[in-house]
Every structure is written in C-alpha cells, then in structure tokens.
Design a binder for this molecule. Structure first.
Ligand code: NA7
Length: 287
C-alpha cells in the first residue's frame, strides 16, 4: 500500500483524510491547527511536525487547504512540502485555486522529479464523508492512474479533463453557476416577500415545475429558516467567484452577472462574524 500524506483538515479535508485512514493506508498528517488531527491519530495516523516532514514520508501526498495563499504557504513556506517532496512521489492537490497556480505547482513538482495531479473536488462535506466526491482532474492521465488506488476510496467519479488548469477551470465555472442559482433564488424570494407573499408559495410552485434540484432541496430550507450552517461556507464561495472573475479578466471574457453577484456575496461575507453557508446571501435582501 502506498504511504499517504495528508495536509489540510478543514470541513472537506478532514472527512477525506478519515476515509483514507479507515481504508488502512499508512497516513502521515500535518495541519496548521494540530489538535484537529487528534482523533485521526487515535485511529492510527501519524502526525508530522511540518509539511516538509509529511511530504518526505509519503508516496502520495494530498493537500486540501482553503485558498491560493494557504496552498502557497504549505508548499513554498519555511519547511514546506516542496522542500521534502521525494522524486517519484505524487502530489495531489484538492484545493480550489487558480488555474495559473495549478500550473506553477506542476512546474515546481517536475523540477523535483515528482508528479502532480490537479484534483479539485465537488460534493461537499457529505460527499467527502460517504466517499462520493467527484474529482475534476487535470494533468497527466498516467498520474491519475497511479493515484487511483487512493482516489477510489474518496470519489464516485474521477474525471480527467485535460492539461493542468482544466480541472480548476471547470470547478470555477461550476461554482459560478451554483452561486448565481442561489443568488437568483434569493432575489426571487425577496420580490415575493416584498409583495407580502410567503416564501413557501414560490417554493411550492418551483418544486412542481423544476422537480428536485439542489438549490431547492438544500439551499431553500436554509433561506426560509434564516439558519445557515456551513455546508459550503460563503467565504469559500466568495473566494471562488473572485478566482473566476480573475480568470475571466485574463481571458478577456466579460461575466456581468457574476461580477454583480460577487458584490452581494462579498458584502454578506464581510458582515458575517461566523462561518455561514453561501445560502446566507439571502440575508442581503432580508436586511
Ligand atoms: P476549510 O474548512 O476552510 O479548511 C481549510 C484548511 O486549510 C484547514 O486545514 C486550514 O488549517 C488550512 N489552512 C488555511 N489557511 C492556511 C494557511 N495559511 N497555512 C496552512 N494551512 C492553512 O476548507 P474545506 O476543507 O471546506 O475546503 C478545502 C478546499 O476544497 C477549498 O479550496 C474549497 O474551496 C474546496 P486550520 O485547520 O484552519 O489550521
């Protein structure tokens, strides 16, 4: 069995790491907040003192951290991954970052004789717990095949989408769509409520005309109860909208609806002292 390293025990990263430990792989973990690894250590994982140490102990090293600065810190920071990565090993990054950063990581790995797989995910905490994530990979298909024995415990579907950057691009395009869908529902509800009509009336009609849809099944109940436990936090959606707009700007593609939506997401994120789900964009109109 390959020796697996794991960096990042957030809302999605931790249930993923738990599945790898429970599948019986020898796992070495590093997380900035070390205490989050306590239960995984009790379940058999080893703890590394630095990202470098985790990399040096691994045949396949996973990173799953919040954003581009976090990934840069764990890779290029003092005692970072790149100082310990072994030739012949594989780095799999499941963070959502910019396509440009994914390409930089690929070059840095190649310089050290290691392989890189760009592998952002979709499916949320629920998918991570059940091993039913969808992987959006970019890079060399042979690297995907080498990582498959571990990825098969984490995902129900592994897409190979093209060269480095392709996985992140599809992920940003997807999240942009979800953000706009949720914002559209929030706007519809605001209009209905301002007319003195209860939210449920609109939702009942939508339910019978749209059928089952994640935005109705998962996000609408949060919006009607104004209770937003973070399944996908608004801070991460706001980050992804920023990355999508940055990419669009580099490509010269105008995204007017996304740019407008980003303003409300940023406003709600800024006004939220706690981590809330991105469905909380609804509170922009409630206010
Ligand atoms: P979370 O819950 O925001 O977790 C983020 C993880 O990243 C967590 O382990 C953090 O460590 C770590 N982190 C954040 N900033 C840093 C820095 N600067 N240095 C080192 N480690 C850091 O994210 P999720 O697990 O929900 O999602 C992970 C990715 O998948 C993200 O890109 C999503 O968009 C998709 P901490 O525990 O706070 O010390």
């Amino acid at each position: 069995m390959p020796k697996v390293g794991w960096i990042g025990l957030g809302l999605i990263g931790k249930p993923m790491a738990r599945r790898v430990v429970e599948a019986g792989f020898p796992v070495t973990i590093w997380n900035r907040t070390a205490s989050k690894a306590d239960d995984l250590v009790r379940a058999g994982a080893k703890i590394a003192a630095t990202p470098r140490e985790a990399a040096a102990a691994s045949d396949i090293l996973f990173t799953c951290v919040s954003d581009p600065p976090a990934l840069e810190a764990v890779l290029w920071g003092a005692d970072g991954v790149l100082a310990g990565l072994r030739p012949g090993s594989i780095l799999v990054d499941s963070s959502t970052v910019s396509p440009a950063l994914a390409r930089r990581v690929a070059v840095a790995c190649a310089e050290r004789g290691a392989e890189f797989l760009e592998a952002p995910i979709t499916g949320g905490t629920w998918g991570a717990e059940k091993g039913e994530l969808v992987f959006l990979t970019g890079g060399d298909a042979t690297t995907l095949d080498r990582a498959r024995p571990v990825l098969d415990h984490l995902g129900k579907k592994l897409f190979h989408l093209g060269p480095y950057g392709a996985g992140q691009t599809i992920k940003l395009a997807m999240n942009l769509l979800y953000a706009l869908e949720v914002q559209a529902l929030a706007e519809s509800l605001a209009l209905v409520n301002a007319s003195g009509i209860a939210s449920e009336k609109l939702l009942d009609v939508l339910g019978s005309s749209m059928g089952r849809a994640p935005v109705l099944d998962v996000k609408a109940p949060m919006m009607t109860s104004a209770n937003y436990p973070p399944s996908f936090p608004i801070r991460l959606m706001d980050k992804d909208l920023g990355l999508a707009l940055e990419l669009a700007n580099q490509l010269g593609v105008p995204l007017p609806a996304t740019a407008a939506a980003r303003e409300t997401y940023s406003a709600v994120k800024g006004a939220s002292p706690e981590d809330v789900d991105y469905a909380a964009v609804r509170s922009f109109w409630r206010k």
